[in-house]
Design a protein around this ligand. Sequence first.
Ligand SMILES: *Cc1c(COP(=O)(O)O)cnc(C)c1O
Length: 383
Amino acid sequence: MLSDFYQPPHRILLGPGPSMVDPRVYQAMASPLIGHTDPQFFGVLQDTADLLRYVFGTNNEFTIAVPGTGSAGMEASVVNFVEDGTKVAVFANGFFPDRFTEMRRRQRANVVRFEKPWGEVFGDDEAAEFVGRERPGVVMFVHAETSTGALQPAAAICEAAHRCGALVIGDCVTSLGGMPVDVDANGIDIAYSGTQKCLGAPPGLAPITLSAKALEVMRARRSSCVSWYLDLKLIDEYWGESHRYHHTTPITMFYALREALRLCLQESLEARFARHQLNHRAFVSGIEALGLRMHVREGSRLWTLNTPRLPEGCDDGALRTRLLEEFGIEVLGGFGPLAGKILRVGLMGASSQRQYVLLLLSALETCLGAGGAVQAAESVYSQ
Ligand SMILES: *Cc1c(COP(=O)(O)O)cnc(C)c1O
């Protein structure tokens, strides 16, 4: 009924995002608004920036969050660092490099791509060879590819890019807060993320950090950025000392992000990464006990987003409907070349918990008519 208060069903969110939200984050969101130019609110922004530097692993002065979801971070990295004709080298091994390429094409950038099948990653030498040959102005890669479950090492790409004076954009949407991103140690110039994956807040903000060199390029830019809303130079003036009005910041989302980041600090990143790794290992062990295989080879797998391959002839739509309706569990399927072939299971942030791993494995045992998964996972936990 339209007149009723909307009460969503209870769901366990184990898809590729959004993930579960800690009650403390919900509580923070219920706090009363203050104004976006209230000196008290600038304190909230300051705390958020400091905490973001911690999770990104950076000392970058420019570390903020822009309004919008992860794609807003992606778009900000496009519109602020590409002008007509900029040559952009994209490492393309999944869905998100394609979205990025589409954004670049709309900016009339000159895109060159290094393609690999979905689920594979780029080796250090071939990555360096590609960048050295193309000599682009900007290089883009996805650190944690949510469409495939693969982790792309960053260091070799960044080194090769810096040798030819290029800036590197790294998509850290599915790694930030769940796996080490190490922006400074890796040398990623422009790193962005989203709040609803491993950080454990609802969707609505896109954290972004710029290296000193990227900041210099941004500030020296002559032509104006084609997007007014995502113009980081203008947004920087609001975050900076002048606090010049740009847009009305989504206050409540900042309360949420600040609290979600505080939870990261309280747990410590080391413990948080260890938790994600352990739950991933237990899940994989359960999946293998069911006689299934992981799509990505060992050593390149994300701890945050798991992609088991489905048994031959399994109707993935029917399986996911059953998981949702009977067990209240949301997981998603594959798309593009992986449609119908894999499940995408997110164990991110507050969703990365032993009780959820065991519940999902037990539900899969029931749905697939197999056994042993829970027991296999338990034995990883008890090691
Ligand atoms: C989810 C995701 C995005 C896009 O984020 P939205 O919040 O859906 O806009 C971009 N890149 C990767 C790798 C993602 O997983």
